[in-house]
Design a protein around this ligand. Structure first.
Ligand code: UFG
Length: 340
């Protein structure tokens, strides 16, 4: 069965004006679905979504949520709206629990009141904490599958794990069907350059590298070159934003046939070190990228690479962008002519 093919659905996309959400909205429209975006625009951009599908609202505002559910008959909800900066979650945990936990509980309440029983949730590799050796092996590097123990190191990861556990309980008690996707490092941009990553402040590696290349940002601080990796810099699994969106589309079809609360890793299973990413960026941009070696950033694990065999087997999902240069080219197209 091809889960990417579905009858037309009305889908509420919370956080649809953000980086991953906006790529999702575009894919839903291309596939003949009808997305409605609910976004407080705190980090999202109105320019990222068609005007006629944007509802400005906050998940902490129950009456705004009830209104949007009263005005539409949704078949499913996708939930991308969250605070997602790890160090910020350490210094201001209340902000993270209020947005990511209380806001999501409000959303689940509104869904239950209206009988909307399908939910796709953006979770994160941060639920795992530090990798424990002895897990699955793939591509010659240590990879983590969904059975790897969960032990978040920060309130961001904890807030996401808490909701995963709520989804398990609500599946048993209310029959809510859900898919939680544990993203590894979301990266890249729409190949036509119309959508991409735009955060302020920016903390992620690839945008920071490309801003340094353009001179629109400071030189790159490379956080630590004494990790237990071949070149001493951290290894991560960079997964293209459109590949993430494709998995969400498949989740809609999957939930039609499957009950329960399900969890899937989403990564491409390849690890790239910070130095390898930097080198790919120099090749793609044709520019030297000013950088300096800085102290380690607190909380960074040496290696985080996904084993996504479950998503491949169960959802028929296959990441299309597996080459770092190709991924970097999409990001470069966006950053060198950033629309918002
Ligand atoms: N890095 C730099 N310089 C920068 C930014 C990042 O050297 O300016 C390094 C980091 O130290 C890390 C790697 O580049 O080694 C990737 O860092 P990112 O901040 O781009 O991504 P993270 O791996 O820290 O975070 C991602 C998601 C989080 C999620 C986490 C799960 O962005 O939301 O994976 O582990 F929680």
């Amino acid at each position: 069965m091809d889960d990417s093919m579905n009858d037309s659905m009305n889908v509420l996309v919370c956080g649809g004006a953000g980086y991953i959400g906006s790529h999702m909205v575009r894919l839903l429209q291309e596939q003949g679905h009808t997305p409605v975006v609910f976004d407080n625009l705190s980090t999202g951009h109105a320019e990222a979504v068609p005007e006629d599908c944007l509802v400005r609202g906050d998940l902490r505002d129950k009456s705004a949520l009830r209104r949007v559910f009263a005005e539409h008959a949704f078949d499913a909800v996708m939930h991308f709206a969250a605070k997602s900066i790890v160090p910020e979650s350490v210094t201001d945990p209340a902000l993270y629990y209020e947005n990511n936990v209380a806001g999501t509980l409000n959303l689940l309440d509104a869904m239950r009141e209206e009988g909307v029983m399908r939910f796709v949730f953006s979770s994160t590799a941060a639920v795992y904490g530090n990798p424990i050796d002895g897990g699955a092996q793939g591509n010659g590097v240590f990879t983590m599958d969904e059975l790897h123990p969960v032990a978040p190191l920060n309130p961001y990861g904890h807030s996401k794990l808490f909701i995963e556990q709520v989804l398990q309980a609500q599946a048993r008690a209310y029959g809510l069907r859900s898919v939680a996707f544990r993203y590894f490092n979301a990266a890249g941009a729409a190949p036509d350059g119309e959508l991409g990553e735009s955060h302020d402040p920016e903390t992620h590696l690839i945008p920071n590298i490309l801003r340094a290349a353009l001179g629109t940002g400071p030189e790159l601080h490379l956080f630590g070159d004494d990790y237990a990796t071949p070149d001493g810099t951290c290894v991560r699994d960079y997964i293209h934003v459109n590949d993430l969106a494709d998995a969400h589309l498949r989740a809609l079809g999957f939930m039609r046939r499957e009950e329960g609360a399900h969890t899937f890793n989403l990564g491409n299973g390849q690890g790239f070190s910070v130095r390898q990413v930097l080198q790919a960026a120099e090749e793609v941009t044709g520019r030297p990228i000013p950088h300096t070696i800085s102290p380690r950033r607190p909380g960074d694990a040496d290696v985080l690479v996904a084993d996504s065999a479950k998503a491949r087997a169960v959802l028929g999902w296959e990441p299309k962008v597996t080459d770092m240069r190709e991924l970097m080219e999409t990001a470069w197209r966006w950053h060198s002519d950033q629309k918002f």
